[in-house]
Design a protein around this ligand. Sequence first.
Ligand SMILES: [Zn+2]
Length: 186
Amino acid sequence: MNGDWEIGANTDELDRFARAVIELADGTRISLVDPRALSSITLDKKGTSSLPKLGREASDRALDADYLAEALKRKKLAIKPAIMDQSVLAGLGNIYAAEALWEAGIDPRIPAASVTSESLGKLVDAIRRVLSPRNRRPGRYAEERGTERFAVYDREGQACRRCGGVIERIVQAGRSTYFCATCQRE
Ligand SMILES: [Zn+2]
């Protein structure tokens, strides 16, 4: 997907880069506007979908330990790549996955299915905290980089602000994971 959907009336002038147009019976027109013409559209039969099945949104208020326990119970992955799996949790990126695991005191290397429900409860609270709008202000990362913006992310070799241990970096599923092996012990 490269273009943008535009919604207007079917009497509006059509954008010169409109590549596909859907006109609804009520006079609404939805156009796919894509100057580079790189988008593709898939038509699925009713009741089927070619989209990957997504898990609950990480920022969803309904996210809880029970949901995570169910989603993780058959996962063979370690907990860090497991919570970045879009079929488990949608929208939790690499930085915030590492930060949330540090806040919850969970070792990113342990098997996802072995995390206790108590720790999953802490993890849900931690995900909520790291994703809160206060922590995600646009530009904040650039402004505060190097000034302890993150507890573990990009801090390899530095002291853990909770226990003074050394932040380590490992690679999991092709992505860097930063963590403190001293206090992330669950
Ligand atoms: Zn620590």
